[in-house]
Design a protein around this ligand. Structure first.
Ligand code: NAD
Length: 256
């Protein structure tokens, strides 16, 4: 379905980004990976699916590095047809204790990076009159939770940016939508499980149950693979006129 398309997924060396990259590769898209840590493993895994794969290690908090990544993708793959803004970090703390540099980093990585990649990807998408921009927001783009001020503010910002991007491209073949996951058991959430287990002196399994029990009636984590299939849907012809939605996949979190 996506043969001859190129997808760039930020923060795709692990977790949800890697799950989305694999789902798009399964549909035949070439993939540009980005993120920190081990890139060789994910690169080999995706290459084995028979598509072209590239990697750029740009730090999403740095606009100049984002520009270099977009230039690399254009030079190596022609253009970015599918842009998945996924890179993100978390910090959990009350507002009055929130480290200022963590606030700035979360705003830069979770929100501003999507502005930069989008502004740089749009001209080529408009020129071919086809494109998909998928912003990985969060249920925290729709509702709040205590102690996550920067994350919730940034993710609400991502949902807003998604709507504006969708409106500015509404009469074209470019669409922009957001995915809003609930709990997904990635390294980002494992840290929160570990913190809860340590704070309450309980086992890892009990900490997971508590975390789910606070928010998700399904008592199940959403998986990167399931989120990847939602991204595939947005890229399909059925998604041609899906514009500016913030689609939660969250075990009932925001239905309450
Ligand atoms: P993760 O920690 O497994 O992966 C994050 C990825 O982003 C990694 O590849 C990491 O290297 C990369 N990254 C971090 N900082 C970066 C930077 N400055 N520049 C470039 N890459 C950077 O986390 P995840 O849970 O897969 O999160 C992915 C996205 O999904 C994030 O935007 C997160 O907010 C969102 N999300 C996660 C959950 C969840 O429950 N895990 C829920 C809702 C939304």
């Amino acid at each position: 379905m996506l043969a001859n398309k190129t997808a760039l997924v930020t923060g795709s060396t692990s977790g949800i980004g890697l799950g989305i990259a694999k789902a798009l590769a399964r549909q035949g898209a070439n993939i540009v990976l980005n993120g920190f840590g081990d890139a060789a493993g994910p690169q080999a895994e995706i290459a084995a699916m028979g598509v072209r794969v590239g990697y750029h290690g740009a730090d999403m908090s740095k606009p100049a590095e984002i520009e270099a990544m977009m230039a690399y993708a254009a030079a190596e793959f022609g253009q970015v047809d599918i842009l998945v803004n996924n890179a993100g970090i978390q910090h959990v703390s009350r507002i009055e204790d929130f480290p200022v540099e963590r606030w700035d980093a979360i705003m830069a990585i979770n929100l501003s990076s999507a502005f930069h990649t989008t502004r740089l990807a749009l001209p080529a998408m408009r020129a071919t009159n086809w494109g998909r921009i998928i912003n990985v927001a969060s249920v925290h783009g729709l509702v709040g939770s205590a102690d996550k001020s920067a994350y919730v503010a940034a993710k609400h910002g991502v949902v807003g940016l998604t709507k504006v991007t969708a409106l500015e491209t509404a009469a074209t073949g470019v669409t922009c939508n957001a995915i809003c996951p609930g709990w997904v058991l990635t390294p980002l959430v494992q840290k929160q499980v570990d913190a809860k287990a340590a704070a309450l002196g309980i086992s890892n399994e009990d900490a997971k149950k508590q975390l789910l029990g606070e928010k998700e009636p399904s008592m199940q984590f959403t998986t990167p693979g399931e989120l990847g299939e939602l991204a595939v849907f947005f890229c399909s012809a059925a998604g041609n006129n899906v514009r500016g939605v913030a689609w939660n996949m969250d075990g009932g979190w925001v239905a309450q």
